[in-house]
Design a protein around this ligand. Sequence first.
Ligand code: HXC
Length: 514
Amino acid sequence: MLLSSKTSDLKKRMREALQGGGSKAIESQKSKGKLTARERILALLDPKSFHEYDLFVAHAGKDFDMDKKFLPGDGVITGTGTINGYPVCIYAQDFTVAGGSLGYAHAKKIVKIMEHAMKLKVPIIGINDSGGARIQEGVNALAGYGDIFFRNTMASGVIPQISVILGPCAGGAVYSPALTDFVFVVDKISQMFITGPEVIKTVLGEEISKEDLGGARVQAEITGNAHFFAESEAHCFEQIKQLVSFIPWNNENKAKPFPKKSPKRQYKIEEIIPVDPAEPYDVRNVVKSLCDDSEFLEVQERFARNIVIGFGRIGGQSVGIVANQPMVLAGVLDVDSSDKAARFIRYCDSFNIPLVTLVDLPGYLPGVDQEYAGVIRHGAKVLYAYSEATVPKITLILRKAYGGGYIAMCSHHLKADFVFAWPTAEIAVMGPEGAANIIFRKEIVEAENPEEMRKKKIDEYKEKFANPYVAAAYGYVDAVIEPAETRHFLMHALEISQNKAEQRPWKKHGIPPF
Ligand code: HXC
């Protein structure tokens, strides 16, 4: 009798807590095309795997009549569960409760689940949908953010951190996602900005909509803050599930191996690359021709498209792929593509994911804009990240590898373990045209027919340097291989590198060109 009355009391309390902000607030949430926080967690995790904690945590607000308010779970749901069998810790801000605003207790719940994830060594997923610091709680709300940022930094490189922006994420709140590994956004739902349109209007007199200021497209295409762009919440959850399958639980493990699968027949590696080095092609087709089942999860697909990064599997093993994209700006390295590649390289290195680099680029992008934007500083990040990385590093030179681009794209000089080149590779200080114009300038100018002489000298230069054999003669290329043999070489290189152990000098940490 006693037990059943206690149980029914528990049930009553749970019913109250689980109602979130109530039917009106839930209706408003739905009218914006959004799921509720609890629905989101249930849609993302394996059925019946979610276990919620701290449901009865009470909010800590005392001022502005807050002590009279009941805020279920203080506007955030926390717990553990699995995604395709992988354990994760998770939290989701509940916008129906005080706009998902972050008060003292709300922040403590997030910190607690983050610390849990660190102890259990499993990924942490944060679903953001919040009006930011709870204004009524003043400095305690700010303190809460500070506590979260510190945990984000401590967890960086230890456990995977995934941020999902499914509503507003404004003001200082944006810095938690920015400190995490992967940020997911959904079209017409996500909003991220430091200062909102109202502030911009007041301070600068400029009018801009929330969407144009920090909507999903802006974050995925212009700023590069977002790594995955989805059309809907359901699509976003599918992307997260796919990502989780490629990465390990923590930095002491490797990603789970999958059964080996051949690439799809439609991707014929010999037919993708035009022999003319000036002709563009989509390097993603080369990637798909190399990956198991041609499955490739592209990261930052819409940002700095002159470089392609993402995850695939080769012979069942997860790899991080970095590839110049000749279809966009001839695949040059510039400020944004350097930034994009360097961060991804560091991610893979932190989480024991081997790196496969596909090279076809004319070098760093020249121009005043790039110099002023800091291409020296940003470009150096790629050199730093590759040099620092100790995971297996396998490089394949497809076509052009000119100048600084040759060195930067994981050459032997930055300690690649294997460098392969196709017969179409051209490894030189610069392209034949530019080189001939400089080193044979005198002969060209003084020739009876300068144009003919230029052509002759370009051909001469091509004959001498525009091939992989000079680099191979110095051992900078380990093997010149036929395109059809590529997957075989990559699989062998990955297999034989399983136990790679490479030391670096002791240091507290380096000083990368951030
Ligand atoms: C307390 C908040 C809140 C907040 C929203 N609410 N934001 N309560 N603190 N920060 C409450 C509202 O009062 C309302 O309560 C409910 O949540 C829903 O909000 P609405 O405004 O009705 O919703 P909507 O029209 O969808 O607009 C959402 C919004 C807007 C764009 C997020 O609420 C807004 O602009 N909020 C303030 C955003 C902000 O400036 N935050 C502080 C950022 S500074 P009722 O009871 O009416 O339902 C910051 C500093 C962090 O975060 C620094 C860390 C280093």
